[in-house]
Design a binder for this molecule. Structure first.
Ligand code: CA
Ligand code: CA
Length: 210
């Protein structure tokens, strides 16, 4: 629709971004169109408000947390399981490269792709998707999901459908099931184990990348 003979060659750093994220040229083009659409004042930067125009996020009960991820990319791009407590810089705005890097977490994982040697773990691997999801819960970034943090997300997701009492008991059960070392919080390893049977790849593939 109204694509003005756009080519991926007109997008700065497109080749690097493709290599880094595994997106195809067609994906990058599509994402660039989305970015330009959201970038109302055409400064090449998105503000948190600009993201509000994405219906996928506006309708998502934890959409504001996902939007938050775009504004602290360092946090969400961490490679290892250790969450540092150092203050993490938050950005005021997001440029196209950061936009693409965050969205790469939602790219479906290819199963039959052999990768050659020294490449780093792809951003859309199951572990990194889990890490991303974990960090949506762990708002104080201490590396654990506390009961209060779990309740916040459950409340946002289940909202008016359940009573406070039901919420408490859902949270209680989730913690009891996942909390292997009985510290009353869910670490990343516990989170990963409790989700072993869940198809995280399916759940974390956002439609607008198709
Ligand atoms: Ca926490
Ligand atoms: Ca625990």
């Amino acid at each position: 629709m109204g694509s003005n003979s756009s080519s991926v060659n007109n997008i700065p750093n497109a080749q690097e971004l493709m290599q880094e994220t595994g997106f195809s040229a067609a994906h990058i083009l599509r994402l660039h169109e989305r970015f330009e659409f959201l970038d109302k004042d055409k400064r090449g930067q998105l503000s948190p408000q600009d993201f509000g125009a994405l219906p996928e996020l506006a309708l998502n009960p934890i959409g504001d947390r996902i939007i938050g991820a775009f504004f602290s990319p360092g946090h969400f791009q961490q490679e290892t399981g250790n969450v540092s407590l150092s203050p993490l810089s938050r950005q005021e705005t997001v440029d196209f490269a950061s936009f693409v890097r965050i969205l790469a977490h939602f790219r479906p994982t290819e199963t039959n792709r052999t990768r050659d040697g020294a490449q780093q773990e792809p951003v859309n691997s199951k572990t990194r998707k889990l890490k991303f999801a974990f960090q949506l819960y762990d708002q104080d970034r201490d590396g654990k999901i506390s009961r209060a943090e779990l309740l916040q997300v459950l409340r946002a997701m289940l909202g008016i459908q359940v009573t406070e009492e039901q919420l408490q008991s859902i949270a209680e059960r989730a913690i009891q099931e996942a909390d292997l070392d009985k510290d009353d919080a869910i670490s990343f390893d516990e989170f990963r184990k409790s989700l072993e049977k869940v198809d995280i790849d399916h759940k974390m593939s956002i439609r607008f990348l198709r």
